[in-house]
Write a protein that binds this ligand. Structure first.
Ligand SMILES: Cc1cc2nc3c(=O)[nH]c(=O)nc-3n(C[C@H](O)[C@H](O)[C@H](O)COP(=O)(O)O)c2cc1C
Length: 189
């Protein structure tokens, strides 16, 4: 499959549909190496990656549920179940962490953030090229200060996404895509 075909066929597989097997250590190394080859104004490498696998996934879910319950004492059980389960479906989750220098003299924060977004997107494409399914999710934990401590984030760091990667239980259905005619224009001056 050539690159354009890969782009045309990219689609997310809902994380709940992902199961073992996940990438082998060699595949993971290959995937991460390709994923960080992104546009990066100023060569700042304003991102880092955290892999979440094995028993850590359930432990993470439990700790997130505890944070959630502490913050919202009356929270519905179903939401806590979701917290506990969220990271247990896919065998591998890669947290993409943007490290933003808000006061960089040349590179605006937006550009640093977008570079991290490219890493996440490359992970989706790379995972699919290796025969896996993947989905980029955030959820409250990506934005929560207590969860940030759990993930060991520095003050200048934020999670821009959790990329869940695994073997799809079934083929994800295609969804409608925006029509070019609706989103493309030509600048005429
Ligand atoms: C930054 C970002 C965060 C996202 N977070 C979520 C999320 O928390 N939950 C969700 O259902 N989809 C989320 N999505 C959307 C999915 O990743 C995915 O794009 C969507 O399921 C549509 O599938 P597609 O990738 O095949 O178009 C997010 C997408 C982006 C770019």
């Amino acid at each position: 499959m050539d690159l354009l075909q890969r782009l045309d066929s990219r689609r997310s597989t809902p994380a709940r549909q992902l199961r073992e097997p996940g990438p082998t250590p060699q595949q993971l190394d290959r995937l991460l190496t390709a994923a960080i080859r992104v546009p990066d104004h100023g060569k700042l490498a304003p991102w880092r990656l955290l892999t979440i696998a094995g028993d850590t996934r359930a432990v993470l879910g439990e700790k997130l549920a505890q944070i959630h319950q502490r913050k919202e004492p009356g929270i519905a059980d179903a939401l806590l179940v979701k917290d506990r389960e969220r990271f247990t479906f896919a065998p591998l989750i890669v947290a993409v962490i943007a490290r933003i220098d808000d006061h960089h003299p040349k590179v605006p924060a937006q550009e640093q953030l977008l570079s991290a977004g490219c890493v996440a997107h490359n992970l989706l494409l790379g995972a699919q090229a290796l025969g896996f399914g993947a989905q980029w999710l955030t959820g409250w934990a990506a934005y929560d200060a207590d969860a940030a401590v759990l993930f060991g984030l520095g003050a200048d760091e934020r999670i821009i996404g959790f990329v869940h990667i695994g073997t799809p239980r079934e083929t994800a259905p295609e969804r409608n895509r925006p029509e070019l005619a609706h989103i493309v224009g030509e600048l005429r001056l």
